[in-house]
Ligand binder design. Structure first.
Ligand SMILES: Nc1ncnc2c1ncn2[C@@H]1O[C@H](COP(=O)(O)OP(=O)(O)O)[C@@H](O)[C@H]1O
Ligand SMILES: [Mg+2]
Length: 336
């Protein structure tokens, strides 16, 4: 039973100014199907954080709590420039909460709603960042399962070479966690069905390749302005993910080169084995296709390997070369 004093007993706006687990709630910044996200002040470190409070019925479900604690730990252990850092996850006053970095900017959902399709260079830049985050998570054995524009936060970048910085968020808060608890069944998913992989729908075991599919749906939408499948009701949409061929992207973007369609056909293949084996190899193939090159075979995609930085420390006999003088940073036009 929800107590009088519960954090969720009143309307969420009543929480403004209240203190929750060492954070003072300042402003609501968004809400999804099962949580409200606030900008809050971490009173210990005197900094802004995003504080996510999960719906109380989730806290009352033991399976969800166990999975929440397991997956938020796993996600917090990944230190990656394109994954929102989790500062703390826990429970207070019967409410599960996550404190994470406050990302000033917009989420990709709002960006697409406001601006429509992105230019191919912008789409590929953002896609490359999100792909590196997903591949890193997969290397840690985590599958996101809920890749969607609302879970990609876009902040202003550092300079004209990096006009925006994308962050992936919400590991462990997936439809899978919910369905395990019995809180959802097919047809009663929380949130959107636009990015859900065929094997998720049919209840087969999922692995990293379900994120390749969801991610490809997001990138398709970034370029075309709409997700690959659009249907009038949920059942028709679930059917389309499982059995219909995605319409070629060049149908809505005839200005893009034809090899792009081959890349999306592979990334959105019904069978996980037929998809790209990683998100970065999909983005590398897309980048080449956008240049008009034929889609490369798996493996020869022209991905840039990360610069090797874990080299032995240079000794006194080999003094470290001085950094060349850097030009002052040039700020790009604000992206949003
Ligand atoms: N770390 C964060 N920093 C800034 N805004 C955030 C952060 N996390 C989430 N948000 C905002 O809160 C909104 C609601 O988040 P959420 O409850 O996860 O719903 P959904 O993912 O379905 O949009 C997001 O779309 C985003 O705009
Ligand atoms: Mg989210």
């Amino acid at each position: 039973m929800v107590r009088e004093t519960s954090l969720f007993s009143g309307s969420p706006s009543e929480l403004i100014g209240r203190q929750v687990a060492g954070y003072r709630i300042e402003e609501e910044i968004g809400r999804g199907g099962m949580a409200v996200v606030y900008r809050a002040r971490d009173l210990r470190l005197d900094r802004s954080v995003a504080l996510k409070l999960l719906a109380p019925e989730l806290a009352r479900n033991d399976t969800f709590r166990r999975r929440f604690s397991h997956e938020s730990r796993a996600a917090a252990a990944i230190d990656h420039p394109h994954i929102v850092p989790v500062f703390e996850a826990g429970e207070t006053d019967d409410v599960l909460f996550i404190a994470m970095r406050y990302v000033a900017g917009s989420d990709l959902r709002h960006l697409l709603d406001r601006q429509g399709p992105l230019s191919p260079p912008t789409a590929v830049r953002i896609a490359g960042q999100v792909a590196s985050a997903l591949d890193a998570a997969h290397e840690h054995g985590l599958v996101h399962r809920d890749v969607k524009p609302g879970n990609i936060l876009v902040a202003r970048g550092t300079d004209s070479d990096h006009p925006e910085h994308a962050y992936l968020t919400d590991f462990g808060l997936t439809k899978k966690s919910l369905s395990l608890t019995g809180l959802t069944t097919v047809g009663q998913f929380v949130g959107t069905l636009d990015y859900v992989a065929p094997e998720q729908i049919s209840g087969k075991p999922v692995d990293a390749r379900c994120d390749v599919y969801g991610f490809a749906c997001v990138v398709y939408e970034c370029l075309s302005g709409h997700p690959p499948f659009q249907r009038d009701d949920d059942m028709a949409l679930l059917w389309a993910h499982q059995y219909d061929q995605p319409p070629p992207l060049t149908g809505s973007r005839p200005d893009l080169p034809a090899p792009v369609d081959t890349v999306f056909a592979k990334a959105l293949a019904k069978s996980p084995e037929s998809r790209y084996e990683s998100c970065l190899s999909f983005v590398a193939a897309l980048r080449m296709a956008l240049r008009g090159d034929a889609a490369p075979a798996e493996g020869d995609a022209a991905a840039h390997p990360p610069t090797q930085v874990d080299v032995p420390v240079l000794g006194r006999d080999h003094p470290e070369p001085a950094d060349p003088p850097r030009p002052p940073p040039r700020w790009a036009e604000p992206f949003f």
